[in-house]
Design a protein around this ligand. Structure first.
Ligand code: UDP
Ligand code: MG
Length: 152
């Protein structure tokens, strides 16, 4: 069974707008497996670490403030090619360039209010999962009876 994992997060605007269930449903319906989840109101320090690669950007301070403005739904999703496919489900970073049918393309307009996060590579997914869920068995392994109907 495919064990690739990605870190997906519903941002504060997505939580406030009642889109947690919608975003979870899209990953579930595609066939991906939820292996960790928690609602967390992250500190500025934690978010600066999460976005450390963007530290030099002009939008960095505003991004951290936005992300710290309320709780986020932090999740780990598992399955074949889930890192890349997760980004496809999310849509382009700028919602104005996100195709209809994607999460951002259907529910967002401004880049600074784009409602969801997804890891951009397998390596960054590992780092983000460790940051948000800890190094020690961060995810729950369990057998899904539907797997044989999703994977050939
Ligand atoms: N962002 C922004 N302005 C920009 C570019 C990015 O506010 O011009 C925010 C946006 O919320 C984005 C986040 O910074 O989701 C992280 O940027 P990244 O380039 O990593 O995009 P993502 O991986 O989230 O698609
Ligand atoms: Mg990114």
């Amino acid at each position: 069974m495919a064990t690739e994992q990605t870190f997906i997060m519903v941002k504060p605007d997505g939580v406030q707008r009642g889109l947690v269930g919608e975003i979870i449903a899209r990953f579930e319906k595609r066939g991906y497996q939820l292996v960790a989840a928690k609602l967390v109101h992250a500190s500025q320090e934690h978010l600066e670490k999460h976005y450390e690669d963007l530290k030099g950007k002009g939008f960095f301070a505003g991004l951290v403030k936005y992300m710290a403005s309320g709780p986020v739904m932090a999740m780990v999703w598992q399955g074949k090619d889930v890192v890349k496919q997760g980004r496809v489900l999310l849509g382009a970073t700028n919602p104005l360039q996100s195709a209809p049918g994607t999460i951002r393309g259907d529910f967002a307009i401004d880049v600074g209010r784009n409602i969801c996060h997804g890891s951009d590579a397998v390596d960054s997914a590992k780092k983000e999962i460790a940051l948000w869920f800890g190094e020690q068995t961060p995810t729950i392994a369990y057998q899904r009876s539907a797997d044989s109907w999703i994977y050939e």
